[in-house]
Design a binder for this molecule. Structure first.
Ligand SMILES: [Zn+2]
Length: 299
């Protein structure tokens, strides 16, 4: 588990549910199996059922108890393979593709993909610093001649140069909204803030940030030495290729989850243990029901 994986090692090491279960036990309890109810370490194992009995409080549990894997009728092998495929696909995977690859129903595939995406949400996101690029883009919606952006979703991208990326679905592109997003994601250790010459930013930045602000005029040039927003723009083009090519139609309600998935994959692009780390997140994320995901909040 502590060495990088590829599809061959996945099939060899996690080819049966028992192997997957053993892997989850090691990841969930690296210091020994612990009762989820009373934290006791006096545990008896019931090998034939793959469950555990707590000798202190008599609670019976499995490695899946209280995790995202709970109540799933899917074999653990399917969870492992789909997690691997999602981790490895730079532009994302659609539920339809998972349906075809693993012979599950569309509903099952959709629910599975969403739970894996939710587990990928980064729990603690440190604020960005150093040189930070900020830009906005518009995704989805229909093309209309006269009101081209009215039904499109606004996405604000913030990228620390040589560091992490954040993509946030904004209510609108007004400076007050953008100001809140910047303050939630950019720390006081920021040194340079680069944007284009959009009228949003002079209003969205506070006094300290304004002193660090540099702009690039895109009608004239794409970069002026170090002053450019190319790295956040390349993240946007990856996002657009993902939405156009893979997911086809992303509803506004689920857009934040897709953005988080893209950022997670991007920020972990040099992490050879992404598969293992995603499994750990699946174990530490609470179970979410299908009903909760499909509750119609927005379209
Ligand atoms: Zn117990």
């Amino acid at each position: 588990m502590n060495s990088p994986v590829n599809f061959t090692t996945i099939l060899k090491d996690y080819g049966t549910d028992e192997k997957c279960r053993e892997c989850l036990v090691r990841l969930r309890w690296p210091k020994g199996i612990t009762c989820p109810k009373c934290d006791s370490k006096k545990i008896s194992r019931v090998y034939e059922r793959g469950t555990f009995d707590c000798d202190s409080c008599r609670y019976q549990f499995s490695v899946k108890a209280g995790t995202m894997f709970n109540d799933s009728h899917l074999p653990l092998t399917t969870w492992f393979y789909v997690t691997y495929v999602i981790c490895e696909s730079k532009k994302g995977v659609s539920a339809n593709q998972i349906c075809r690859m693993f012979g599950v129903s569309y509903k099952t595939a959709w629910y599975l993909c969403h739970r894996i995406r939710m587990a990928m949400l980064e729990v603690a996101r440190p604020k960005l610093g150093g040189t930070v690029e900020i830009d906005e883009t518009y995704v989805g919606g229909k093309k209309r001649r006269w009101r081209p952006r009215s039904d499109k979703a606004v996405v604000i991208g913030i990228r620390q140069r040589n560091g992490d990326l954040r993509m946030i679905h904004a209510e609108d592109a007004k400076s007050e909204t953008v100001r809140q997003i910047i303050n939630a994601n950019v720390g006081s250790h920021v040194e340079v803030i680069v944007t284009d010459e959009s009228a949003i930013y002079p209003w969205a930045l506070d006094k300290m940030q304004k002193n660090l602000h540099k702009t690039i005029n895109h009608t004239r040039e794409y970069a002026h030495g170090d002053v450019h927003t190319n790295t956040v723009e390349s993240a946007f083009s990856l996002l657009k290729r993902g939405i156009m090519g893979t997911w086809h139609k992303v509803s506004a309600k689920h857009l934040p989850a897709y953005l988080d998935e893209m950022c997670f994959r991007f920020n972990n692009r040099k992490n050879p243990y992404l598969f293992r780390d995603t499994l750990i997140k699946l174990l530490s994320s609470p179970h979410i029901e299908y009903k909760q995901l499909t509750k119609s909040k927005a379209a």
